[in-house]
Design a protein around this ligand. Structure first.
Ligand SMILES: [Zn+2]
Length: 193
């Protein structure tokens, strides 16, 4: 039986690298994969999933309001797909997570989603909340804080290097940087005494 998977992490944990490696493992065995990433994210160039260690693959994109069940059904009608990979899954809409779940159940194709669990304010992304609720299997892609503990939180630092505590959840192309921290050091960074 196909399953809906959610691989979650904080920033800079290497989730795109894990995704590309998993896709490669299928392709190496002669199976096709279908890669999707958020249309709003053009950091790695349009329609491309790139990892920080220098590997990348062409990818199709999903945008707001798009019916992903219909999209996967159409792709499958063009040829067999062993597994669907979705990067930047935190940007999925709640409805789109249901559409992916339906594709898993009715089209019998595994869907592996990769995304951030929480934003810089410590709040769940809507897409991640839905995936945490409805995935068949979840796995954490781990990275560490500067202290060596597991990092689960992220701060968004402004151009002055100081943590920002408000602003849009989604920010593309800004001068901000993100640092992954354990919860204790995140609380210190944002001034939670
Ligand atoms: Zn720490």
């Amino acid at each position: 039986m196909a399953k809906l998977y959610f691989n979650f992490s904080t920033m800079n944990a290497g989730k795109s690298t894990v995704l590309l490696q998993a896709s490669h493992n299928y392709r190496e065995r002669g199976m096709q994969t279908y890669l999707l990433t958020a249309a709003l994210d053009d950091r790695s160039g349009a329609r491309r999933i790139a990892s920080r260690i220098g590997i990348g693959e062409e990818a199709d994109t999903f945008s707001k309001g798009e019916d992903l069940f219909a999209k996967l059904k159409e792709r499958l009608s063009e040829g067999a797909v062993a597994c669907v990979f979705v990067d930047e899954a935190q940007f999925l809409e709640k409805q789109q997570v249901w559409e992916l779940a339906r594709a898993v159940d009715e089209l019998n194709v595994p869907v592996m989603c990769y995304g951030l669990r929480v934003d810089f304010r410590g709040e769940l992304f809507p897409g991640s909340a839905a995936l945490l609720a409805w995935s068949d299997e979840m796995r954490e892609v781990r990275t560490i804080c500067h202290c060596g503990k597991k990092a689960t939180m992220v701060v968004r630092n402004g151009p002055d290097g100081k943590p920002l505590m408000d602003g849009a959840q989604v920010l593309v192309g800004g001068n901000e940087t993100y640092v992954s921290l354990c919860r204790r050091h995140w609380r210190e960074a944002v001034g939670d005494a």
